[in-house]
Design a protein around this ligand. Structure first.
Ligand SMILES: C=C(O[C@H]1C=CC=C(C(=O)O)[C@@H]1O)C(=O)O
Length: 407
């Protein structure tokens, strides 16, 4: 043990990332690969706030700010948060300040206490990997057929002029007779999705490629994704697909709604510049991606900024309020935290929130995970193509849950 700058103990452990993930079931935020893999992990609970309704962002932000102010001027505690997509969700939005915060980089886990007098805060010992799970994949609320029908209905509403773009999602339930080995799931997600942010907050687990908002000081950044095409692993074929995606009028139209929604909302609080869309290639799918950067006029925490830009048209639609209502009507299920912001924020307000995509929510008893995937519907969208696109968006979770082929 050594003494840190804030007068608190720090501990360094040299170990692989997968071992750090096995110490209890930490809160997790991880990205990168090889020597560039970095992660923030949290253990224990020094403070927890929950919120519902339209003001859930403000409620959590205020609660954290008040709690952090009581920790003394030198402390800069980090909180993890996951917020629901819809204000009227039956799920809770949650913010947790872990007692211990660990930063993993270059094979070394550096752990510090976030509270002056941690009560029973001890870095858990690594656990043994669980038995391989026999997973059963069950249809969710929207079966394949009902998903295609919902997309067709959305295309009809667009043709009628009710809405311009709407994102329709479906769900799947993966069940196991035994509790899921979440650390193993997280390790596999991180290994396979190094250009994404792998997270675990309050049972929400996934690897999202879409940075909703990241802020350091007065600088703010967002990378909007919308418009998709498959990645096969055959580089020649994928190059052709990328060229086609970059030239697709339909995908650019779908993308532009999303990029505009974020840029317009950030412009209310920052001086913003928007780059031209590029193709961002992931392991199984590629997207059109627009980087938006800005300088904030006044202080806003990352959590407050997430509340300003959420829900973007990458997960809701245009106009926002109409698309929100159409989603409720056509999907007919509660998205919970899927498509809501998930990330971390510190007491200075710096932080990163991705959109909770390519993810699932572990059930309370730990033996099932509800997976979600959706797609942006615009004029010209074809239901069977959209179904195939959602199947591809399930792959990061599905492959991490089912790492070996079984007959
Ligand atoms: C809604 C999802 O993806 C969004 C992000 C990127 C591309 C999208 C699309 O092309 O439809 C979606 O807007 C999802 O993964 O569930």
């Amino acid at each position: 043990m050594t003494t840190g700058a804030a007068g608190q103990h720090t501990l360094q452990v040299q170990e692989p990332f997968a071992t750090s993930l096995r110490r209890g079931l930490p809160l997790v935020w991880a990205t990168g690969s090889g020597d560039d893999l970095t992660a923030t992990l949290g253990w224990g609970e020094a403070f927890r706030a929950t919120a519902r309704g339209l003001d859930r962002f403000g409620t959590l932000d205020d609660a954290f700010t008040r709690w952090a102010a009581r920790q003394g001027p030198d402390a800069n505690p980090v909180a993890f948060a996951t917020l629901t997509f819809a204000h009227d969700s039956s799920a809770e939005s949650v913010l947790v300040v872990p007692q211990l915060i660990g930063r993993w980089a270059g094979g070394v886990l550096t752990v510090a206490s976030q509270v002056a007098e941690p009560v029973g805060a001890r870095l858990p010992r690594p656990s043994v990997p669980g038995e391989f799970e026999e997973l059963e994949l069950l249809p969710g609320t929207l079966t394949r057929q009902r998903y295609r029908q919902a997309v067709a209905a959305a295309v009809g509403r667009i043709a009628d002029g009710e809405v311009e773009k709407v994102v329709i999602a479906r769900d799947l339930l993966a069940t196991s007779p035994d509790p899921l080995d979440v650390p193993a799931l997280l390790a596999r997600l991180q290994e396979a999705n190094t250009a994404s942010w792998t997270f675990h907050v309050d049972g929400l687990v996934g690897s999202s490629p879409e940075m909703l908002v990241a802020t350091t000081g007065d600088r703010v950044h967002s990378q909007v994704l919308a418009g998709s095409a498959p990645v096969t692993g055959d580089v020649g074929l994928d190059d052709v697909t990328a060229t086609r995606l970059a030239a697709s009028a339909k995908d650019h139209a779908e993308h532009a709604y999303a990029a505009r929604s974020v840029a317009e909302r950030l412009e209310t609080v920052a001086t913003v510049s928007t780059r031209d869309p590029q193709v961002k290639r992931l392991r199984r799918i590629m997207h059109l991606a627009t980087d938006i950067t800005g300088t904030l006029h006044d202080h806003h925490s990352a959590l407050a900024l997430a509340g300003i830009v959420h829900p973007s048209a990458a997960v809701c639609g245009t106009p926002t309020d109409v698309a929100f209502r159409v989603i409720a009507e056509l999907e007919g299920f509660d998205r919970g935290r899927y498509a809501g912001p998930v990330g971390w924020v510190d007491a200075r307000g710096d932080g990163e929130f991705v959109i909770a995509l390519r993810c699932g929510q572990v059930t309370a008893d730990g033996t099932a995970i509800r997976l979600f995937a959706g797609g942006g519907i615009v004029a010209g969208s074809v239901p069977s193509d959209e179904l195939a696109e959602t199947a591809r968006k399930f792959l990061p979770m599905y492959e991490a849950l089912s790492p070996v082929d079984r007959p």
